[in-house]
Design a protein around this ligand. Structure first.
Ligand SMILES: *Cc1c(COP(=O)(O)O)cnc(C)c1O
Length: 394
């Protein structure tokens, strides 16, 4: 009898080797399977955890009014769009949502994308050729980094919110096509970019300004109209990107700006053109979500109270608590293993705060990313502060 030896496939062994190395550096990411709807309390592995982990800032992800809207929308539209927007997948529901988003954010027009990631890899390649120059904050979201790379323009990264460095890079550029790109609210830090200064530099140097407001849309500004509305800025150079899976509680994203910009993106944004349209039922649910966002001043006021409560409760952690006025409240620990250990100690107390490690944040800057939602209570925040004061001596 002859037993066949298994075929050699060293490429697979190499992956195994790399995964072991990630484990050794406390860099291996593990998913937890959630058995309940998104909310402050979630069921995981037979336990109920109090979670400070989602981006559901207004507590809309499991709102019964939106679940009801989804049931009705599914009856009207079915579940799938069936095709891309430019073929036959663009419905009245998509059209109405785009118009509503443009109006809400104070722009001439808007274009829907299936995800924020796709919106961010769409815009730069559509606007810049090889000879263009992109200027990007070093702490921008990964999707913006990928978008810049797809554009094949030269990428100049400036130190986080360093307007002097950005100004110098812009002054040295001889490119005809220039684009500045920044998170409006930094996703792992919670601070707000210097929006007025960014726009001023864009005007002075004849550049586009692309702002990713994934964490500001629905949360900041009057009626939740976003960071740009909060800063009172308006300009034809401004390209506003918002996501619909965070405060809006559903899924998807949009880019808003001048009518000409949006018309061009429809022609050239590949992640818009070559993909199936978002299900029309979701577009319809998002129209309802937008009305809830607009009317949610009470939720935003509660969120502000939660943020104040957390920062007071963690006053003893002043050196770790990063400066932030948004629902993203990171506690900087530094070391990967130490950060994981704190997250695990919280888990032992039925608390879920994600340990954010490289490559999501710079090496040596691992942190606990506490995120607050209007669905949390002041008592929930107290519970977290109490646990942290026990785990992390000041
Ligand atoms: C979440 C996020 C995105 C991606 O949005 P999705 O809709 O989740 O794909 C883009 N930019 C920033 C800053 C984000 O935090």
């Amino acid at each position: 009898m002859h037993t066949p030896t298994p075929p050699q496939f060293p490429l697979l062994d190499a992956l195994d080797h790399e995964l072991t190395a990630l484990d050794a550096q406390s860099l291996r990411r593990r998913r937890r399977t959630v058995e309940s709807a998104c909310g402050p309390r979630v069921e995981v592995a037979g336990e109920t955890l109090l979670a400070f982990a989602s981006n559901d800032y207004l507590g809309l992800a499991a709102d019964p009014r939106l679940a009801q809207a989804a049931a009705l929308a599914a009856q009207r539209w079915g579940v799938g769009a069936g095709a891309s927007h430019l073929v036959s997948g663009h419905s009245r529901a998509h059209e109405a949502l785009e118009e509503a988003l443009a109006e809400f954010t104070g722009n001439q027009a808007a274009l829907l994308f299936s995800t924020g990631y796709m919106a961010n890899i769409a815009v730069m390649p559509a606007l810049l050729g090889r000879n263009g120059d992109i200027f990007a904050d070093r702490l921008n979201h990964a999707s913006l980094v990928d978008g810049a790379q797809l554009a094949r323009a030269s990428l100049n990264r400036y130190a986080h919110v360093d307007m002097g460095m950005l100004a110098a890079q812009l002054a040295a550029s001889t490119a005809r096509e220039k684009l500045i790109v920044s998170d409006a609210v930094f996703s792992m830090d919670g601070n707000i970019a210097p929006l007025a200064q960014l726009l001023e530099l864009a005007e002075r140097h004849n550049a586009w300004l692309l702002l990713d407001d994934a964490h500001g849309f629905g949360v900041l500004g009057p009626q939740g109209r976003g960071s740009v509305a909060a800063a009172g800025l308006k300009s034809e150079r401004l390209i506003y990107m918002g996501t619909l899976g965070k405060a809006a509680g559903v899924s998807g994203a949009f880019v808003a700006g001048s009518r000409k910009l949006i018309d061009w993106l429809q022609q050239r944004a590949r992640p818009y053109i070559f993909t199936t349209a978002m299900p029309p039922m979701l577009a319809e649910v998002l129209l309802s979500a937008l009305q809830l966002i607009e009317a949610a001043d009470d939720r935003r006021a509660h969120l502000t109270a939660l943020i104040a409560q957390l920062r007071t409760g963690l006053a003893a952690q002043q050196s770790r608590l990063m400066p932030s006025s948004t629902p993203i409240q990171p506690l900087l620990i530094g070391d990967n293993a130490a950060t994981l250990a704190v997250a695990e100690a919280l888990h032992a107390r039925q608390l879920w705060v994600p340990a954010i490690r490289p490559p999501t944040v710079p090496v040596g800057a691992a942190r606990l990313r506490i995120s607050l939602s209007a669905a949390h209570s002041l008592a929930d925040v107290d519970t977290l502060c109490q646990a942290l004061s026990e785990i992390l001596p000041a």
